[in-house]
Design a protein around this ligand. Structure first.
Ligand code: COI
Length: 331
């Protein structure tokens, strides 16, 4: 058996080599992403392991299938960039890694929330100018706040546990109710109820056609004045223009964004200077003291990266050998 792995970064290599040695399975590591210019390298392999934020297009998927590659394993959770029609048409089996490390995402979400509440960004900027005064940079305590968690899957539940440790009151919204959380009575019936009650709103849903721009002008209008918004899930969940309006009006007191709707081609790129970042809207957000932008790094921990590589390779082997895997994605 031979597997090709696309988009392999240097930090993934040791985990890939360790797996390959342990399993005795040949894995060809390719630094380039899977696209029309690189897909031919997959000829002769039994399966492909991939990670990229740019689209897996129909033409690339058709080509893979024409080489007999019907086993595609993503090293991440989100599958929103995969052409579903081409997957179905070619009968390609796809796996993702649904739980490489829920803690990785949850810990960054809460870290940034705490930074917003304690205004560390403002203190950093004041101190850089020699201003070591306290006022007017007074903080809020999470202990006194209600955190509204949208989507209570693995990541949402980690966030809930961490916030509970800080003494926060938790409310949650999800179509699927987790039995334990249901017992605790955390669920509200509607998003509107969550918007009306939460001091902090943190989203942990996958992106679907239905929830694109769920946090829009109408949603912000229903929230408490001075709400804090955390998005470490998918950029498209937040209508960026509406968020900017809500920040300008003071409706939103602060936002932590690890994702951004136009991030592809921008995040994980070195532009050399702040001015050279080719996105004025993003720069508008970054310049604000009460907005914390990180370039989609919530996942980027040693634990998560190891799991992403090795779980994806395990799944790919299952697809090749058995034609199925527990992490198979339905399109
Ligand atoms: C995902 O797993 O879908 C992520 O968002 C993390 C990705 C940047 C590797």
């Amino acid at each position: 058996m031979k597997i090709i792995a696309y988009g392999i970064r240097d930090d993934e290599m040791p985990y890939l080599k360790e797996w390959s040695k342990e399993k005795g399975i040949e894995v060809k590591a390719v630094a380039a992403l899977l696209d029309d210019s690189t897909v031919d390298q997959a000829k002769g392999y039994d399966g492909a392991v991939v990670y990229q934020q740019k689209p897996y297009t129909a033409s690339v998927l058709d080509k893979l299938a024409s080489f007999g590659i019907k086993s595609l394993s993503l090293r991440n959770v989100g599958v929103d960039n995969v052409d579903a029609d081409a997957i179905k048409r070619n009968d390609i089996k796809v796996t993702n890694v649904p739980a490489y490390s829920p803690s990785a995402i949850a810990e960054l979400a809460v870290t940034q929330l705490m930074r917003l509440l304690r205004q560390t960004n403002t203190f950093d900027r004041k101190i850089a100018h020699g201003d070591l005064r306290w006022a007017p940079t007074i903080a809020k305590e999470l202990d006194q706040m209600t955190v509204g968690v949208i989507a209570t899957g693995r990541i949402g539940r980690k966030v809930i546990n961490i916030c509970r440790g800080f003494g926060a009151k938790i409310i949650g919204y999800d179509v699927y109710h987790n039995p334990e959380l249901e017992k605790d009575g955390i669920y509200v019936d509607t998003l509107d109820e969550l918007y009306a009650k939460a001091d902090v709103i943190t989203v942990h849903s996958p992106a679907t056609k239905e929830n694109e721009h769920m946090l829009n002008d109408a949603a912000f209008g229903k929230m408490k004045d001075g709400v804090f918004i955390i998005n470490a899930a998918r950029g498209v969940l937040v209508d960026t223009d509406a968020l900017i309006r809500a920040l300008d009006s003071g409706k939103v007191a602060g936002a932590a964004l690890d994702v951004y709707e136009d991030e592809v081609g921008i995040f994980n790129t070195d532009f050399g200077s702040f001015d050279a970042i080719p996105d004025e809207r993003l720069k508008n957000l970054i310049k604000r003291e009460n907005v914390l932008v990180t370039p989609h790094v919530a996942f980027y921990t040693e634990t998560a990266v190891k799991n992403m590589v090795q779980y994806a390779l395990n799944s790919n082997v299952n697809l090749i050998e058995k034609g199925s895997d527990d992490s198979q994605v339905k399109f």
